[in-house]
Design a protein around this ligand. Structure first.
Ligand SMILES: Nc1ncnc2c1ncn2[C@@H]1O[C@H](COP(=O)(O)OP(=O)(O)O)[C@@H](O)[C@H]1O
Ligand SMILES: O=P(O)(O)OC[C@H]1O[C@](O)(COP(=O)(O)O)[C@@H](O)[C@@H]1O
Length: 331
């Protein structure tokens, strides 16, 4: 039976969102469903701002960063009136299924919408932070690791040239996935992640121990500390000042920032996005609703939206052990 499907991208944009939109367009065309794309996240729902999506939209799309539907955060949507207005607009367009591509905040928004709208709601995890429980990886995460790694490689060149200490801040909101894996893959010397942060004094002492031990062994070499954002009280400059006064040497802070959200998605993100988008359209018209479609051990999983934020997804144990052995407790 023909269905009317809508899709939106919400929260922090992530490389691979376009690949996911492409997969949804193709699957809808194949099934004979009408597909519309709401623009600017939940703002599009409130302002009835949308466009019809057809195969014309998919040419050269898989490799594009960002999202052709644009993304945004939307405070007004969080109120009861916001959900009511959005429901009214969805009803006006006769939408049967809404697919939300975003992070756990966007999924909370989808759950909130369900208090006023009884259409089918499906979520697809898209954020560079990977902080969505119930799936191994979110769309955009792998590309962000690669972007951070290539930036840290460049920092390493100048750090080596001057034998300097560098602090490199990476995104992740309140999760350390990006920092941990970017640090591992770039062979950084130390990483600070929220999941393992005790207090400033202890962490500072540990960093200094590592720097001193390394320099005793190898002379005045460079030292790169990867720091997850929002971890250090007072921010990166505060840590740089404290470390610099203890070490009696220059410390340079570098914040990678929003470059980590951009760029053409790597193949892992394209594949994940394509599989999840196709799978989600396969569920259109079934009884299944208020679930996220994710992947665990390379298999698709259906997770109640509420479970995606109910607990904090832990860092992978093996990665943490490797990190301790090669970085934080190396010497
Ligand atoms: N508790 C909530 N109730 C309703 N809507 C929410 C809620 N949390 C987030 N949203 C909606 O989802 C949008 C994106 O959430 P945000 O946390 O910024 O990003 P992400 O989805 O990437 O985690 C918010 O701007 C808001 O419109
Ligand atoms: O886009 P903004 O408002 O600058 O927000 C920055 C935040 O967005 C992110 O890039 C992505 O976070 P979300 O996917 O949860 O929105 C975080 O890593 C970062 O803390």
């Amino acid at each position: 039976m023909s269905k009317r499907v809508a899709v939106l991208t919400s929260g922090g944009d992530a490389p691979g969102m376009n690949a996911c939109i492409r997969a949804i367009v193709i699957a809808c065309e194949t099934k004979g469903y009408t597909l519309i794309g709401y623009l600017h996240g939940y703002n599009g729902l409130l302002n009835q701002e949308y466009e019809t999506l057809s195969l014309n939209a998919t040419h050269n799309l898989i490799q594009q960063g960002g999202t052709i539907l644009h993304s945004a955060r939307c405070e007004a949507f969080k109120s009861h009136q916001g959900a009511k207005d959005a429901a009214k607009n969805l009803q006006a367009l006769g939408i049967d299924t809404l697919i939300v591509i975003g992070g756990d905040g966007s999924f909370k928004g989808a759950q909130h919408l369900s208090t006023c709208w009884d259409g089918q709601i499906l979520g697809i995890p898209g954020t560079i932070d990977n902080d969505v429980a119930g799936c191994d990886a979110t769309v955009g995460y792998y590309t962000a690791i690669d972007t951070a790694v290539s930036s840290i490689d460049k920092v390493r060149d100048t750090a080596d040239a001057f034998e300097r200490i560098f602090l490199v801040e990476v995104m992740g909101r309140h999760a350390g996935f990006l920092a941990l894996n970017a640090a591992l893959a770039s062979a950084a010397d130390y990483v600070i992640v929220p999941e393992r942060f005790d207090n400033e004094q202890q962490e500072l002492e540990r960093i200094i121990n590592q720097i001193e031990a390394r320099r005793k062994l190898k002379g005045p070499v460079s030292f790169i500390v990867v720091v997850a954002e929002n971890v250090w009280p007072g921010g990166l400059n505060t840590l740089a000042e404290r470390l610099s006064s203890h070490m009696q040497s220059e410390v340079r802070p570098v914040t990678l920032g929003h470059v980590q959200r951009g760029g053409s998605p790597v193949s892992q993100d394209r594949l994940l996005a394509t599989k999840l988008g196709t799978y989600a359209v396969g569920l259109v018209g079934t009884e299944k609703t208020l679930i996220m479609i994710g992947e665990v051990d390379h298999h698709p999983v259906e997770v109640p939206l509420k479970e995606t934020w109910a607990y904090t997804k832990p860092l992978d144990e093996c990665s943490v052990e490797t990190m301790l052995a090669t970085m934080n407790q190396r010497y």
